[in-house]
Design a protein around this ligand. Structure first.
Ligand SMILES: Cc1cc2nc3c(=O)[nH]c(=O)nc-3n(C[C@H](O)[C@H](O)[C@H](O)COP(=O)(O)OP(=O)(O)OC[C@H]3O[C@@H](n4cnc5c(N)ncnc54)[C@H](O)[C@@H]3O)c2cc1C
Ligand code: FES
Length: 259
């Protein structure tokens, strides 16, 4: 995993939903190396540990990275108070394994739950019209990225738990409908573990390859501590993987959830 630490300017920042911010950072060396599914680890003044945030957009020509984050605690609150023109200290690109992209003409179903949607945008842009993007949110006030997903050329299905935008229900209901119509070549997902667990079952039952991006609390972000370990299985052997270094993306059959 090759990464750099640097201080870069924020060139764009705006609120996109309740307590959700969209930020673009000019960091040409990082953007040149970044891949779909990786993340940045951001230093926030006053906090020792960096905050991991997924890469939502990579523009290698302009040398920029886009991130979208929700205010969850003090660190993300402080991050949300930075303005365009200010500098951020990031370590990136991190994540030894991002999403594996197949040929563009393969069929993909891409599923994001809540703040798990941002890392799915580059996948949708890769597959374009051959993708179906299913995004789920708790309600209309939390909905993000729908225009971006549409512009990728993908078919989009918006779900909210309470039906205040799109169709009422969970992304897993929409996935079940998609799987009845056509078997895709691959399913990608990022979101809460309860959602991922169900999607993994659905993919397995349908015999479709599935990759999921996991989220664990992190310390160093580069494989040097044990904060982010998760139980996985490979070649029949259980092992503790580091989400930061061995992931954050895993094949569905590798993931073991603690009930
Ligand atoms: C690989 C990865 C990608 C992520 N991508 C995004 C994203 O694109 N957008 C987004 O809004 N959020 C994302 N998160 C979650 C985000 O890192 C946390 O919401 C954030 O760290 C919370 O920090 P805080 O100081 O506001 O909260 P606090 O709860 O005050 O944080 C205390 C400590 O716990 C850690 N922590 C708290 N919640 C999480 C969490 N869910 N995951 C990891 N560490 C956590 C913080 O980094 C900090 O060290 C991602 C997490 C991971 C692991
Ligand atoms: S966060 Fe330190 S090993 Fe993953």
């Amino acid at each position: 995993m090759k990464y750099t630490q640097g201080i870069y300017p924020i060139i764009r920042k705006k609120a996109v939903a309740a307590e959700i911010y969209d930020m673009t950072i000019s960091c040409p060396d990082v953007a040149a190396a970044a891949m779909c599914g990786q993340f940045v680890n951001i230093k926030v003044d006053g906090f020792m540990l960096r905050r991991p945030i997924s890469i939502c957009g990579i523009d290698k020509e302009k040398g920029t990275l886009r991130i979208i984050f929700e205010v969850r605690g003090k660190g993300t609150k402080a991050l949300s108070q930075l303005s365009e023109g200010q500098l951020v200290d990031i370590v990136a690109p991190l994540g030894g394994r991002g999403f594996e992209l197949l040929e563009k003409d393969k069929k993909a179903v891409i599923i994001g739950g809540g703040i798990g949607n941002p890392p799915m945008l580059p996948i949708a842009q890769h597959y374009g019209k051959n993708a179906v993007v299913i995004s789920g949110f708790r309600n209309a006030s939390a909905v993000i990225l729908q225009q971006d997903f549409k512009e990728s050329g993908a078919e989009t299905i918006l779900c909210t738990d309470d039906g205040s935008a799109g169709r009422k229900g969970f992304v897993t209901d929409a996935l079940a409908d998609c799987l009845k119509k056509e078997k895709p070549d691959i399913i990608y997902a990022c979101g809460p573990s309860v959602m991922l667990k169900r999607i993994i079952e659905q993919a397995k039952n349908a015999g479709v390859r599935c990759q999921v991006s996991l989220e664990e609390r992190m310390g160093c972000g580069v494989g040097g501590c044990l904060v982010c370990v998760c139980r996985t299985i490979r070649d029949g052997e259980e092992y503790y993987a580091h989400v930061c270094k061995d992931g954050p993306v895993f094949e569905a059959e590798e993931v073991l959830f603690d009930d």
